[in-house]
Design a binder for this molecule. Structure first.
Ligand SMILES: [Zn+2]
Length: 162
C-alpha cells in the first residue's frame, strides 16, 4: 500500500492532474469511489471504477465532456499541507487511499473548487496545461469499468501562461 502511494510522485504531471479530475467527475456522475488502481503513463493511462451496472456510451461521452469542461475553466492547482483532522473535514475528501502511517500532516491537492484529494504526486499549476482529455476506449465486466484515456496538447512545463 505504502509503495503504491509513494510511486505516484513519478506520474507525468498533466496525466496525473487529469486523473484527479476524472476521479471527481466519476464520483459526481456515478456516486462511485475514486479509482484505486490507476495506471498513469505519459501517452496513455487507465483507471478502474466499480459500478453496479454498465454505463451507456452516452454516459461515457458525458464523462469526457465534463472533464473537458472542468479543464477548460483553467482552474488553479495547488497543494496545501493540512493537519489530518482538518483535511478529513473537507467535503468529499477521500482518505481511503492513505496508508495507515501517512502521518498527522497531509498534503492535499486542490483543483479549483472542483476536487480535493490527498496526494504527494506532481501536478501542473493550472488545468489549462492538461490540454484535452480523450477517452480512447472503455469496457465493463464483472462490475468493473475500465476507462483508457490520453491527452492532446498538454503542456507539462510550469512556465506556460494562458
Ligand atoms: Zn495527485
Amino acid at each position: 500500500m505504502t509503495t503504491d502511494f509513494v510511486a505516484k510522485k513519478d506520474y507525468f504531471s498533466p496525466m496525473h492532474t487529469a486523473e484527479h479530475v476524472l476521479n471527481q467527475t466519476m464520483v459526481r456522475l456515478f456516486g462511485c469511489a475514486r479509482s484505486k488502481n490507476a495506471h498513469i503513463e505519459k501517452n496513455k493511462s487507465k483507471c478502474d471504477y466499480f459500478l453496479s451496472a454498465a454505463p451507456t456510451q452516452a454516459q461515457i461521452e458525458q464523462v469526457q465532456r465534463q472533464v473537458n469542461e472542468v479543464l477548460a475553466q483553467h482552474l488553479p492547482v495547488r497543494a496545501q499541507t493540512l493537519p489530518r483532522l482538518e483535511a478529513a473535514r473537507i467535503a468529499g475528501l477521500d482518505m481511503s487511499k492513505l496508508p495507515a502511517d501517512a502521518g498527522d500532516m497531509l498534503r492535499v491537492v486542490f483543483i479549483g473548487d472542483y476536487d480535493a484529494c490527498p496526494c504527494i504526486g506532481a501536478h501542473v499549476q493550472n488545468t489549462a496545461q492538461v490540454g484535452r482529455f480523450m477517452i480512447s476506449s472503455w469496457d465493463y465486466a464483472d462490475g468493473r469499468l475500465r476507462i483508457r484515456f490520453k491527452l492532446e496538447d498538454c503542456v507539462p512545463q510550469e512556465s506556460q501562461h494562458s
